[in-house]
Design a protein around this ligand. Structure first.
Ligand SMILES: Cc1cc2nc3c(=O)[nH]c(=O)nc-3n(C[C@H](O)[C@H](O)[C@H](O)COP(=O)(O)OP(=O)(O)OC[C@H]3O[C@@H](n4cnc5c(N)ncnc54)[C@H](O)[C@@H]3O)c2cc1C
Length: 440
């Protein structure tokens, strides 16, 4: 028997806009008392809920429980920008691409995950939160354009479709003259992340028992595994950990995970006059030519700006840090939408990304009947879903071929020794963001 006590549990601060613009969530159940189940899943984000859904399909008579430290949708799953991207999306590269063979496999697997989410959207009536709209890449500079040309060449090599747009075409969509060119790729789903993840949990709740606001403080593994919270516990023969970077808080993948935060601000609702002044299309999502630039989304009457990465090994941010970075959001907003003047941001938030040095996920069976799916390197809406569904296949032993592919991937590499990481990680992020220049 081994006991893993969490040295910290998640406590995300500031309401993410995606959560804030939804009707208030329904009452929830917290874990109190002793429960027994056939499967216990810790973490109710994209990975945890994908695992729960896949299990409910594979072993429909089994008792499945999910425990999350926070409300569903309050963590990174409801804090992200909602780009469910089918194509390679290497944040650490200069143009999102990787090696061709690796990329083709990733595309196939990403699309399987998107289809898995799409079938859930259909089953639970969540289509308004899951829109097959494609994504734009926007370039603000000649350097950005050059990066986009490289990206397009990479896509041509993979025989993936794309559309090239010039400045006026970008203005027609976004309303702004900021972008000198762009590239459209059709396979991305634009999600309302908190709406989708909350709806997924609600849809699953008739078959899966979901406990919220119940931080797991101890994981005890043995013949029966037990996860414990302050007021309750669940025992089950099979345990799936889908807590993303918090894996390290339990002592798993120690010194192998990089805890990075990124931040977003969402405007107040724009009036009809302001929307007319802005022009462009009412719904679009744009990622920057340079991976370190600003992601912008327009969702009807609101605009969301996401930028800035910080290294937060303590796995938390502060209001001060969020507000400071909010000033960078305001600058990026004003540079793109000068015609709107001063528009206040109604929501500002930050959230935890788990990265590894070699962009590898934490996936597999790490102890007898203890499984993990996490560390999705910034594309967790898709990769979390992918590894969540595959970890269920792995645990049930279905022989799903993608499980073998996932198991062949490397594990997260060991980080450099301290103080190299503490000094090097923020410096590297700073240099990469500096390179983004006007794309920020
Ligand atoms: C601002 C921002 C923008 C982003 N944009 C995108 C994007 O456009 N597209 C994209 O694909 N990704 C994006 N991401 C990343 C994406 O949100 C994550 O990769 C994704 O949420 C990871 O999914 P997950 O299920 O593995 O982990 P999470 O979503 O982090 O879920 C893990 C869950 O585990 C719970 N948990 C942790 N510890 C415990 C514990 N001890 N007890 C109980 N529960 C626990 C947490 O509360 C959390 O709900 C963005 C992230 C941020 C912050």
């Amino acid at each position: 028997m081994s006991v893993h006590r969490a040295v910290r549990t998640p406590a995300d601060i500031n309401m993410p806009g995606w959560y804030g613009i939804l009707p208030p969530p329904k009452a929830h159940e917290a874990l109190r008392g002793h429960y027994e189940a056939d499967w216990v899943i810790v973490g109710g984000g994209f990975a945890g809920l994908a695992a729960a859904r896949r299990l409910s399909q594979l072993v429909p008579n089994d008792r499945i429980a999910v425990v999350d430290a926070q409300r569903i949708g309050w963590g990174a799953a409801g804090r992200n920008s909602g780009f469910m991207i089918d194509l390679p999306h290497e944040l650490g590269s200069e143009n999102y691409g990787g090696g061709a063979e690796h990329d083709l496999k990733q595309i196939r697997m990403n699309r399987a995950a998107i289809e898995f989410s799409g079938s859930a959207a259909e089953e639970y009536g969540l289509q308004r939160f899951f829109v097959r709209a494609g994504k734009f890449h926007g370039a603000a500079t000649d350097h950005g354009l050059a990066v986009l040309r490289e990206f397009e060449n990479h896509l041509s090599g993979l025989t993936e479709p794309f559309e090239r747009l010039d400045g006026p075409q970008m203005k027609k969509i976004t309303g702004t003259e900021f972008f000198v060119g762009g590239t459209f790729t059709p396979g991305t789903v634009m999600a309302q992340p908190a709406g989708f993840i909350g709806g997924l949990a609600e849809g699953l709740s008739s078959r899966v028992q979901i406990f919220e606001n119940s931080p797991v403080t101890t994981v005890q593994t043995g013949r029966l595994h037990t996860v414990k919270t302050a007021q309750g516990e669940i025992s089950a023969p099979r345990l799936i950990l889908t807590v993303n970077g918090q894996l390290e808080s339990f002592g798993f993948f120690k010194k192998r995970l990089l805890h990075v935060f990124t931040y977003a601000s969402m405007t107040r609702s724009l009036s009809r006059t302001e929307q007319a002044t802005l022009g462009g299309e009412p719904h679009w999502g744009l990622i920057p030519a340079d991976p370190m630039g600003s992601t912008i989304r327009r969702v009807g009457d609101r605009i969301v700006v996401r930028n800035t990465f910080t290294y937060n090994p303590g796995m938390s941010t502060s209001e001060k840090q969020i507000n400071q970075i909010g000033q960078a959001h305001d600058r990026s907003f004003r540079a793109r939408f000068p015609m709107l003047g001063e528009i206040s941001m109604e929501f500002r938030w930050g959230g935890h990304l788990c990265l590894s040095l070699n962009s590898a996920p934490a996936f597999g069976e790490i102890d007898d009947r203890v499984y993990v799916a996490g560390c999705c390197n910034g594309l967790g809406t898709v990769k979390g879903t992918l590894y969540g569904m595959l970890v269920a296949d792995l645990a049930v032993g279905t022989g799903e071929p993608m499980v073998a592919d996932a198991l062949k991937e490397p594990s997260p590499n060991r980080l450099y020794p301290e103080p190299l990481v503490a000094i090097g990680a923020p410096l590297k992020l700073w240099a990469m963001q500096k390179r983004a220049g006007r794309e920020l």
